[in-house]
Design a binder for this molecule. Structure first.
Ligand code: FO1
Length: 308
């Protein structure tokens, strides 16, 4: 059994590659839920959905999120009522959010809901998508324009405000969802996907029990840096790291994970950081990490598997 930690588009791309090279081996994916947001009464869990959509072959590959060929008539109709429509929910995608909201109102947990959505999209039987926690948490960003939900910072404000602090609301009440700690304890190896270390992996590590399980596990832990040439290919990792006073580098990400990490995978363009990571007592792998298509994601996943 392999276990991966991740959230969002980078993780989903890597996991697609991984799913193509693991045969029937069980893969448990522990997914960030800090990006979750309630909008217009709907419970939306972007990272869970992005990973399910990608792994079941229905994602909009150009955007990296949402469903291929989706339309936005519903969203346009909402404008009539003066509701905020900056978060682009497609006409097919909304069915997922309605279903999640319906099950949640009936008392189903995030874990149960993710499992049902995955099944409905025909996700392979050997892959389990596990939300990091069944408790409701939300990542909020303190900026020079005030505090806002992460999605508001990312989508509505287009990452323009200056970041001062990142808080995962209610994380102190969040315990690991069923199967999460077990997946870390009993894995053959654990892969930290090329995801944002602050808002994707950071919240997962703050859930009670997860960091400790990673420190204790006998499994090798391998992380893939989301930076290429010192910058993220997508998203605000650099802005968030800088805002928190951190150096923007793969070596810094390795430092954030060093308590539990064995190997850091970095891009060829960041080869000059190799020694700094080795000096932390970690192994490294320097390869092309740019996943411009499925084949390149599979090649990266194969290189990671060869380390195990
Ligand atoms: N990302 C955007 O940049 N703009 C959007 O309007 C948007 C809508 C959206 C709707 C559903 C969904 O599941 C994801 C969506 N995303 C959108 C992606 C999401 O904001 C981010 O990819 C993740 O939260 C970052 O990890």
């Amino acid at each position: 059994m392999l276990t991966a930690l991740g959230g969002g588009v980078g993780a989903a791309k890597f996991l697609e590659g991984l799913s193509n090279v693991i045969g029937n081996e069980q893969l448990n994916v522990i997914v960030n839920t800090g990006d979750d947001i309630k909008l217009g009464g709907l419970n939306i869990s972007p990272d869970v959905d992005t990973i399910i959509y990608r792994l079941s072959g229905v994602v909009d590959r150009k955007k990296g999120w949402g469903l291929e060929g989706d339309t936005f008539n519903f969203l346009n109709s909402l404008k009539r009522f003066g509701l905020e429509t900056w978060f682009n929910i497609g006409d097919q995608d909304i069915a997922t959010h309605i279903y999640r909201t319906h099950l949640k109102s009936k008392g189903f947990s995030a874990t149960q809901i993710a499992s049902r959505i995955a099944k409905a999209f025909g996700l392979a039987d050997n892959i389990s998508v596990l939300p990091m926690t069944d408790h409701d948490v939300e990542t909020w960003i303190q900026t020079n324009e005030g505090e806002m939900h992460f999605q508001e910072y990312l989508v509505k404000k287009k990452m323009k405000p200056e970041v001062c602090r990142v808080t995962v609301r209610d994380i102190d009440q969040a315990s690991a969802a069923p199967g999460v700690v077990d997946s870390i304890e009993n894995a053959r190896a654990i892969i930290v996907c090329p995801s944002n270390p602050i808002i994707s992996i950071g919240p997962i590590l703050q859930v009670k029990g997860i960091r400790d399980a990673l420190k204790k596990t006998k499994a090798q832990v391998i992380a893939i840096s989301p930076l290429v040439g010192g910058v993220p290919l997508k998203g605000p990792a650099d802005r968030l790291m800088r805002g928190l006073g951190l150096e923007v580098s793969s070596a810094q990400i390795a430092r954030l994970y060093s308590e539990f990490l064995d190997t850091m995978v970095i891009d060829l363009e960041d080869a000059h950081e190799n020694q700094a990571i080795v000096d932390l007592g970690l192994k490294t792998l320097v390869v092309d990490t740019v996943m411009s298509d499925k084949e390149k994601a599979s090649i990266l996943a194969s290189s990671v598997l060869e380390l195990i």
